[in-house]
Design a protein around this ligand. Structure first.
Ligand code: DI6
Ligand code: FE
Length: 403
């Protein structure tokens, strides 16, 4: 088969990123785009001309979009996992210099080449489970050189594997030890040096912050957003994960693409998100791993019409889970999303959380990122946790996986 070609599927059950289409469909890709998406009863056999017959009668979805990950890191935190089993909390471990800071030490020690080798199998795991777009954050370097090192690794990952990598600078993730009691000076560093340096090298597609008692205040995060705005970069926030500080509302007022976690989000925050058109990125893997009990306000988000995305939050501490379809299941079982909402959360709404319109949906003209699954109905993807159901994966019109 040529690199990109004309691929044809018939009698497909299609989840288009928003909903399951009611009729069996024909789908044709041409080059890197979706060329035809039509009900079988309108299918014209002339369309078969020159097309490679890629199969029929299966479930097709957009390629999955994992819009929130921390895939690049050194070391692991199995020891903290064990400590939490003995009763220590995530916040306690963080305050005692573990948590994010323990990964910072390991990440600073690792070279760019080492970090790349460590991250490749993690990214491959996401790809093997259907991801075609993966956002990767920095945030374990916490100085200019090491944050840029992480972002360079993220860019290289996207060159090494057939996946779209979107990068986010998360300099304001935690206060590094050398800035103890000098958080203002650290925020100055993020705003005045880190962001400009990342921009100069073209390494950041967006800017993120961790707005939390164990991280940075609303006012500090707002300064970071102002610096991002100066450089024309979109923003997003880890907010309302462990407490309600109001970071989400502030981020929404600055036009944030998304607010992520948001277990403790209140009415005012939801209203602000609705007004700004921000996406609520919910992260059931972190909720599960940390055994949180405060549920994100799903019903209110749904009623207010705030789009919900779902992501792995894949990271060494709060979500060492590298399986996108597991998140579909957890979003339904833990957060009571419907399978349709969960799937939209990892396709169209995941793309929206990245400010993207060209992927995450199956529609004519969209990029041909798609997955064909060995199941009967789209809901099965959320219902069962069962690796190995990915039959075909197409990235930008190229078949990268077929079995
Ligand atoms: N919230 C998270 O879930 C990740 N970062 C953040 O601000 C966790 C990062 C870690 O524990 O290493
Ligand atoms: Fe995160």
């Amino acid at each position: 088969m040529p690199e990109t070609t004309r691929l044809l599927w018939r009698d497909m059950t299609v989840f288009n990123g928003v909903q399951e289409l009611t009729e069996p469909m024909a789908v044709i890709t041409q080059g890197d785009r979706i060329d035809t998406l039509c009900p079988m009863r309108d299918f014209d056999t002339a369309l078969i001309q020159d097309a490679h017959d890629a199969g029929r009668g299966k479930v097709m979805t957009p390629g999955l979009v994992d819009c929130h990950t921390h895939l690049v890191f050194g070391g692991n935190r199995a020891n903290e996992f064990e400590r939490r089993l003995e009763g220590a909390s995530y916040a306690e471990i963080a305050k005692a210099g573990g948590g994010i800071l323990s990964t910072v030490r390991a990440t600073r020690e690792a070279s760019e080449a080492e970090l790349l080798e460590l991250a490749l199998p993690r990214l491959q795991a996401l790809i093997d489970d259907g991801a075609t777009t993966v956002e990767i954050k920095s945030g374990y370097g916490l100085n200019v050189a090491d944050e840029l090192k992480m972002l360079r690794v993220a860019r290289r990952l996207g060159e090494r594997l057939p996946v779209r990598v979107v990068t986010t600078l998360l300099g304001a993730h935690a206060l590094p030890p050398e800035y103890q009691d000098a958080s203002k000076a650290y925020i100055d560093l993020v705003c005045d040096e880190m962001i400009p340096a990342a921009v100069a090298e073209g390494l950041a597609d967006a800017i993120d912050v961790f707005c939390e008692k164990i991280a940075f205040s609303v006012a500090q995060c707002e300064r970071v957003f102002q610096a991002a705005e100066t450089h024309g970069l979109p923003i997003k926030a880890h907010a309302e994960q462990l407490s309600n500080l109001g970071g989400t509302a502030m981020a929404a007022h600055h036009g944030a693409l998304s607010a992520d976690h948001i277990e403790y989000l209140d009415e005012a925050g939801i209203e602000a998100m609705a007004e700004a058109g921000s996406v609520a990125v919910i992260l059931p893997g972190a909720f599960h791993t940390l055994r949180e009990t405060q549920l994100p306000p799903i019903a209110a988000l749904r009623e207010t019409g705030v789009p919900m995305a779902i992501a792995t939050d894949a990271n060494p501490g709060s979500s060492p889970l590298f399986q996108p379809t597991l998140m579909l299941n957890l979003a339904c079982t833990l957060f009571r999303l419907t399978p349709r909402e969960a799937l939209a959360g990892m396709t169209a709404n995941g793309a929206q959380a990245l400010g993207a319109k060209e992927f995450g949906r199956l529609e004519v003209g969209a990029l041909a990122d798609l997955c064909v699954w060995d199941i009967q109905r789209p809901a099965e993807l959320a219902y069962a946790v069962q690796p190995g159901r990915l039959r075909q994966r197409v990235f930008q019109g190229v078949m990268t996986h077929e079995r």
